[in-house]
Design a protein around this ligand. Structure first.
Ligand code: ADP
Ligand code: MG
Length: 692
């Protein structure tokens, strides 16, 4: 019997950094890649770009000082030579790599200044008897001060001492042709020479582990979802007097899709458990009116509503639009943003705290400490992907403070539990199917899958910056015939100052070139009232051309604007381009979006421009974006809030994801012990995050 290895406290701390808190976690610390030390390549045959193991005698060894201290050695095998180069090295390495020593080196070959070389290869001394490895060498993800050798030893020990039952019932193993758990783990840590599909992770052992990971994710999402149904929220009945009045006053009829999603939301609100619903709809699909209807249902029941938007421009626009819609019903929204004057802020806060106002609209200032709601029943978050985890946490906390004061008995029973508000999140950044099925599986999702009638698709043109003058001319001609246009200035390495500067310069240039046009400028550094008056002037047609930074990216709705120029489009991401383009094509006029790009284009930029040029459907664009960037970035705010998948790739492993969804339901229903085992094995360290 092997005893569990003793682990020093310093090592424990390093393991914790890698997310390893229990001995069993070591088993799931799987190799990043494998090195092949089972064979030797003659130096004569190695080529730049390949990773190879070579063997030979050191014929030269020297420390050079230019450009910086470097150990350079020459390794010779059968008259052929290869250089070994080390920028950081220890005296022990200098000794190991002394002239006449016989050395085995493994590393990536590249073409260096003197010829073929390896930088920082793994080297060891060999004798005549030294055997080749008989299996591939796993290389583990690690952290500073924790060597591969230590990790390997600890993992080998864990493989001996840890009880690792296979929680997956036989039935599924057979049905899905999956390999055993411990068998898979063992193989991935100590693969034999013949194992194919290790590098690209298609080997049956990898498939089994990926399946388990996806299954654990599904289970935890479902548990989280279920746990929500045990919490309490006010039951907001659909009474209809406000909602019907608004619908009657609107100049348009809801689309079938808008009706469908509002029904879903409305039903959720009537339940005494907090709704957490994501409303997805492409840019321009008409989410705002759905939000307004949801707000009215809460207000009909005497509960307050908070509507939060990520930018001041958008929040202000919502404020104006909802004031328009709701004032006739006797509901006057209150506006709250960080840039409000102290006194006005205080007045707004008082109205919110006393319950005088039923609807508060603003930026994330709404969820700052000094704001306290009288009776919050529904929180609506627009463009939720733009908010960070911190802000979502604040929102969550805000609900909790209120609920203790205004908890109402549910179903007539007095319950010690306290109520929290319902949550409606809206986003125009569509979530590709695989993401929705995995990372977002704990939310309920409603999708608006059609645009209001009468929209003409936007025409997109790609134009090189060398033809800038023609674009200027096109803008002028458009404006002269009554069109309104946006000119969106580029992102500059995330620097707001430079971005501002470029916007101001472009603004000046356009003013100078076209003295006959009424040109406006809007950017993030302007104070709130200035922004509002510029946007209002554009909306009413006083301004014909609006030069803007990417502050107008989300939400801005000026239906008469039908021409958009996106300067340096090659610097922008796909989601951003799609959002920006969505600012036009909102009215009946034919709209045009010109993507001005500067050469030379990187491969990625070229692909992005091609995708945005060829597609108008937000879901298709998001799908391509997922492929280009991977889920990490696309998840944005949610990224740090949800346990990321380490092994499975939701695109490549879509079939496993589908199976995992089905098996998760069956496990929870018929094999609760197994489900618990899975959650413990995979999620024990991560469960906290899931509540954000
Ligand atoms: P988004 O989903 O991008 O937030 P908005 O809510 O801003 O879209 O709506 C875009 C435009 O479409 C607005 O001018 C809005 O008044 C209008 N709109 C919304 N629903 C309809 C509809 N059913 N019929 C016609 N126009 C509509
Ligand atoms: Mg919107």
């Amino acid at each position: 019997m092997t005893a569990p290895a003793k682990i020093a406290p310093a090592t424990l701390a390093k393991l914790a950094k890698l997310g390893i808190h229990h001995r069993a976690d070591l088993l799931l610390h799987l190799p990043l890649r494998y090195e092949d030390e089972t064979r030797l390549s003659p130096i004569a045959t190695v080529e730049p770009g390949e990773t190879a193991q070579v063997q030979g005698v050191i014929t030269h060894s020297e420390i050079i000082f230019k450009p910086r201290r470097t150990l350079v050695c020459r390794l010779q095998d059968n008259g052929d030579e290869l250089y070994l180069r080390f920028l950081n090295f220890y005296p022990s390495q200098t000794k190991l790599l002394a002239v006449d020593k016989k050395i085995r080196a493994i590393g990536e070959v590249r073409m260096g200044y003197y010829g073929l070389e390896m930088v920082h290869p793994k080297c060891r001394a060999v004798g005549d008897e030294t055997q080749l490895a008989t299996s591939l060498t796993p290389i583990y993800p690690t952290t500073a001060g924790l060597s591969q050798a230590t990790l390997k030893k600890l993992i080998a020990n864990a493989l001996e001492v840890v009880q690792a039952p296979d929680y997956l019932p036989e039935k599924f193993l057979n049905d899905l042709h999956l390999q055993g758990y411990i068998e898979s783990i063992r193989l991935l840590h100590t693969p034999d020479m013949t194992a194919a599909g290790l590098a690209d992770r298609t080997h049956p052992s990898w498939r089994r582990i990926k399946f388990d990971e996806l299954l654990a994710q599904q289970l935890s999402m479902r548990v989280h979802h279920k746990e929500r149904s045990l919490r309490i929220a006010p039951a907001l009945k659909s009474k209809g007097h406000y909602t019907k009045a608004l619908l009657k006053a609107l100049p348009f009829k809801l689309t079938r899709a808008q009706q469908k999603v509002f029904t879903e939301i409305s039903q959720d609100l009537t339940k005494p458990h907090p709704m957490q619903r994501l409303l997805l709809g492409d840019v321009g699909s008409g989410k705002t009116i759905v939000a307004a209807l949801a707000a009215l249902q809460a207000i009909e029941n005497g509960y307050q509503v908070a509507l939060m938007a990520p930018t001041e421009i958008l929040a202000e626009q919502h404020y104006l639009k909802l004031s328009d819609w709701l004032t006739p019903l006797g509901i006057k929204p209150v506006w709250l943003s960080g840039s409000l004057k102290k006194k006005d802020k205080r007045i707004a806060c008082e109205k919110i705290a006393s319950g005088e106002t039923m609807l508060a609209i603003g930026t994330h200032a709404l969820f700052q400490e000094q704001v306290s709601f009288y009776k919050l029943g529904l929180a609506i978050v627009d463009e939720q992907h733009k908010f960070g985890v911190q802000q979502r946490l604040a929102l969550h906390a805000k609900g909790k403070i209120e609920k203790s004061v205004h908890a109402e008995p549910v179903d007539g029973k007095t319950d010690k539990k306290t109520a929290e508000p319902h949550q409606l999140m809206m986003s125009a950044t569509p979530i590709p199917r695989t993401l929705a099925m995995s990372y977002y599986a704990d939310l309920d999702v409603s999708v608006i899958d059609e645009l209001p009638p009468g929209r003409t698709p936007v025409i997109t043109k790609l134009v090189s910056d060398s033809r800038r003058c023609e674009v200027f001319e096109r803008v002028r001609a458009g404006c002269m015939t009554g069109q309104q246009a946006y000119w969106v200035c580029p992102l500059i390495d995330e620097s707001e100052v430079l971005q501002l500067q470029s916007a101001q310069e472009t603004y000046q240039q356009l003013c100078d070139t076209f003295p006959e046009l009424r040109v406006g400028l809007v950017h993030g550094k302007m104070d709130s009232s200035e922004k509002v008056s510029v946007m209002a002037a554009f909306k009413t047609g006083q301004l014909q051309l609006l030069v803007a930074t990417t502050v107008i990216e989300v939400g801005v709705d000026v239906p008469n604007a039908s021409l958009m120029v996106i300067d340096h489009a090659e610097r922008m991401g796909l989601a951003q381009l799609h959002q920006l383009r969505g600012r036009v094509g909102r009215g009946a006029n034919q709209s045009l979006c010109i993507l001005l790009y500067q050469k030379p284009l990187s491969e990625l930029a070229r692909t992005r421009l091609k995708v945005i040029f060829e597609n108008t459907d937000g879901f298709e664009i998001a799908q391509q974006d997922l492929q280009l960037r991977g889920p990490g970035e696309l998840l944005g705010a949610r990224q740090s809030g949800v346990a990321m998948l380490r092994f499975a790739d939701i695109n490549a492993d879509e079939d496993l994801l589908d199976h995992a969804r089905i098996v998760a339901d069956e496990l929870l229903r018929d094999y609760p012990e197994a489900a618990r085992g899975y959650l413990h094995r995979w999620m024990a360290n991560k469960h906290d995050y899931l509540h954000v």
